[in-house]
Design a binder for this molecule. Structure first.
Ligand SMILES: Nc1ncnc2c1ncn2[C@@H]1O[C@H](COP(=O)(O)OP(=O)(O)OP(=O)(O)O)[C@@H](O)[C@H]1O
Length: 253
């Protein structure tokens, strides 16, 4: 297996702002977003739909540049990205899907990468032969096979039913212990944030900024039913509500 590079890679967002072109005037989506993810740290990003979470991951991936501020890595990173849907090419086998995104030196690792997500021996399957949950696990294998320094997870369980999502969450927790990476996890699920993250960045306001940072000081491995997590979950839900009050409250004039 090709080894993880020693030391890991940290990510620094410095005063990052994003505006998108709009018919009248540019629309400012994000302003003054500043945070550091230390090497190997898992940060969850939570906030109301449309607040700019995926935009932040795309900036980290280099898919677009910020309108203000900068994103810096402590060393040139290898980046793995898992999207909400698996985005497998349907005419290629799983193994070929993984080969497509990684340099040849990683190709011998593909069977083991698939096995680690419960897809041992399925490399010759076509995506259509997989359930949604299996396809998403293949997408996780595709991101991890390159032994990324930085892992971007954009609602990785968001398209799955709750049971399958809970299984994938537990698998992700195990995989990140096995193969640590500096991780930015976008999620709408407070339980997922508390299960996986070292810290949770709560995004809110208009334009969006970081309104709160919640430490998750629970030991690992974590249990999603751990009563010790309940106060944190309650606090996180409160922070989320405070960060993004409903824009159209029931009963408002
Ligand atoms: N390329 C783009 N051009 C114009 N507007 C964009 C572009 N990308 C994103 N936006 C807008 O920026 C805002 C933030 O989008 P983004 O997808 O980052 O939000 P999000 O928090 O990830 O949402 P969700 O939780 O629903 O996935 C949205 O209003 C979106 O319409």
């Amino acid at each position: 297996m090709t080894g993880q590079r020693a030391g890991g890679v940290g990510v620094n967002f410095g005063d990052v702002g994003v505006s998108f072109a709009a018919p009248q005037a540019p629309r400012e989506v994000l302003r003054g977003v500043t945070f550091q993810a230390a090497a190997g740290e898992i940060l969850a990003l939570v906030g109301r739909s449309g607040c700019g979470k995926s935009t932040l991951l795309n900036l980290a991936a280099g898919l677009g540049a910020p309108s203000a501020g900068q994103i810096r890595f402590t060393a040139p990173p290898r980046i793995g990205y898992v999207f909400q849907d698996a985005r497998l090419l349907p005419w290629l086998t799983l193994a070929r899907n993984l080969e497509l995104v990684c340099p040849p030196e990683f190709h011998p690792d593909i069977p083991a990468a698939l096995a680690r997500v419960g897809l041992a021996g399925r490399g010759d399957d076509l995506p259509a032969q997989l359930s949604l949950g299996m396809a998403q696990r293949a997408a996780v294998a595709r991101a991890l096979v390159i032994r990324p320094d930085v892992l971007l997870l954009d609602e990785p369980c968001g398209a799955l039913d709750e049971l399958t999502a809970a299984e994938l969450r537990a698998e992700l927790a195990g995989l990140l212990r096995l193969q640590p990476a500096t991780t930015l996890l976008v999620t709408h699920h407070p339980g997922e944030a508390v299960l996986l993250a070292d810290r949770v960045l709560v995004l809110g306001g208009s334009p969006t900024r970081i309104t709160q940072v919640l430490e998750v000081p629970l030991p690992r491995p974590r249990d999603p039913d751990d009563p010790a997590a309940l106060p944190l979950l309650r606090e996180l839900r409160g922070l989320l509500r405070a960060a993004s009050p409903a824009t159209d409250p029931v009963g408002a004039a």
